[in-house]
Design a protein around this ligand. Structure first.
Ligand code: CP
Ligand code: NVA
Length: 307
């Protein structure tokens, strides 16, 4: 059995991504029918949080319980990692006792180092660079809403961890993604290069621009994220100025296809990256997307445990 980590979608094939989502959908179906198979009975998931979370914590903890296992919430305020115990030591200790580890942290290199020293699968629960579990839920939601064929996705906002994960999803699955960011808030050039390289074989089209209207025109999926990610709180005022004109509002949505779906990973800041009207009009799919964090991650954990 090969040890696999889930740090970015980059390391997964299209088939594997779809397999994980399918498994998540099957497990979701079981849950809705009251069937619990105990796929991860007696297994433990360590969850290390160096940043806040509502969805990630609740979905992983609940998911692990529903699969018959147990999750440990480890805040960096409580464990020695936060007091300077080396990442590689923490990784060796935790992975000698637990069966899987989920980490939410700042620098992506931290999770890479942890994974390099871990004996068990490590899952990225968000870093400054990527948020891949969110994209599993997002794509699952598009499948359920019948919106996963011939995707033309528009991402409007900050070139951040969510954008980078959308780039990897598009590159792997082969759909069109247009990214509009203000000048100075573009995506990471290296990650873009990487995604464009993968896109050559999948047929994906990934375009970056500074005009949100150009990105949204004719899109089948529109998505955005906060302008101020965790760790950027000091830049709030300057970001609000820089992102003027980037709010996804009714006027902006009217440029997309009439049937276009709106997605948001949440938390959403109305009046900033999305208007109250657009958010509430699309709230059904957005909260399906949030719920699917639970189901997609259960699929992921079972998939990783069986590798
Ligand atoms: N979307 C998401 O990851 O939400 P949390 O920050 O609440 O976990
Ligand atoms: N880009 C956001 C995503 C939150 C789920 C952040 O990193 O804070």
């Amino acid at each position: 059995m090969a040890l696999r980590h889930f740090l970015t979608l980059r390391d997964f094939t299209k088939e594997e991504i779809l397999e994980i989502i399918d498994l998540g959908l099957q497990i979701k179906q079981n849950l809705k029918s009251g069937i619990y198979r105990g796929e991860l009975k007696n297994k433990t998931l360590a969850m290390i949080f160096e940043k806040s979370s509502t969805r990630t914590r609740v979905s992983f903890e609940t998911g692990m319980f529903q699969l018959g296992g147990h999750a440990l919430f480890l805040s960096n305020r409580d464990i020695h990692l936060g007091r300077g115990e080396p990442v590689k030591d923490t990784a060796r200790v935790i992975s000698s006792m637990c069966d899987m580890v989920m980490i939410r942290t700042f620098e992506h290199s931290m999770i890479e180092e942890f994974a390099a020293y871990s004996k068990v699968p490590v899952i990225n629960g968000l870093t400054d660079s990527y948020h891949p579990v969110q994209l599993l839920a997002d794509y699952m939601t598009l499948v359920e809403h019948g919106a996963h064929e011939n995707i033309v996705a528009a991402y409007v906002g900050d070139g951040n961890n969510m954008t980078h994960s959308w780039m990897m999803l598009a590159a792997k699955l082969g759909f069109e993604l247009r990214i509009a960011t203000p000048k100075g808030y573009e995506v990471d050039a290296k990650i873009l290069q990487d995604a464009l390289e993968i896109a050559k074989t999948s047929g994906a089209v990934i375009k970056t621009m500074n005009d949100p209207k150009e990105a949204i025109k004719g899109a089948t999926v529109v998505t955005t994220d906060t302008w101020v990610s965790m760790g950027q709180e000091d830049e709030k005022e300057q970001r609000i100025q820089a992102f003027k004109g980037f709010m996804v509002d009714d006027e902006m949505m009217s440029l997309a296809q009439e049937s276009a779906k709106f997605l948001h990973c949440l938390p959403a800041y109305r009046g900033y990256e999305v208007s109250e009207e657009v958010f509430e009009k699309h709230s059904k799919i957005v909260f399906d997307e949030a719920e699917n964090r639970l189901h997609a991650q259960k699929g992921l954990m079972v998939w990783l445990a069986n590798k």
